[in-house]
Design a protein around this ligand. Sequence first.
Ligand code: GUN
Length: 306
Amino acid sequence: MSGEESQGGRLLDGKALAARIEASLAAEVETFVEVCHRRPRLVVVLVGDVAASASYVKSKQAAAARVGIDSEVLQVEASVQTVDLVTLIKRVAAEEHGPADGILVQLPLPKHVDERAVLDAVPPDRDVDGFHPENAGLLSQGRPRFVPCTAAGVQRMLIDAGIATAGKHAVIVGRSDIVGKPLALLLASRGSGGDATVTLAHSRSTDLGEITRSADILVAAVGRPGLITADMVKPGAAVVDVGINRITDPVSGKSRLVGDVDFDAVRPHASWISPVPGGVGPLTVAMLLANTLVAAELRLGHRRGS
Ligand code: GUN
């Protein structure tokens, strides 16, 4: 038995997969530039000064630069009113801030802002987050356009690792519009990375452990450290951890990132497991870049096959 195997589940290395996706996107971006004589461009609206949001946006900008996608961050005061954010998004869409193939509003927004009204203001053909009801509807009908990036990243991770989904029981814990709901639709859809039997569990589910123990594929997407313990995992299950939680280590006193899964305790029982950090996070960013390139190609009518 190798050192890797003796620890249990094989690592779902999102960082390595994201690097491969970025390499192929970079080549596609150069083809776009040759045809269109400009680069795809992403505009990010960042409201307030939430440290985690600022850090995610920085990663998105750095990744965009690596593949040759231009990006701009519009920083807005936390005190902004809904109507002013909607106006800003309309101005971005009218390209007052330069070309805007993809428009993204970093979440969460301050409590006083009507998040739905703001997200609905993003034109659906630039909605690289896939949060507009038109894109959510297209996904639910099995004809996806922009798929929410984290959900797309989880499915891509499973496909890349060769983890069979057809006929398997996938349990997703967490019913958010950003991850849980779109991932349930993807895994239940027909074709590669789909055809699973999906259970969408949540905070009101009765006996969560009984449900998760029946999962061949278990996805945790709640945002609660230590939610998934070893006794909640079927031996041989593939475990994907979407949680990103900053905790203070009780021993060292230092802050660090952990997921929703008790990684060290669960790994010996799993066939595959994604780490935090370095698992789903980098794939979310890679999928955003892919969506931005598609948005640019769709707008200019240069999408292959269109
Ligand atoms: N905040 C946490 N995840 C996301 C995401 O996928 N998109 C946006 N816009 N904000 C987020």
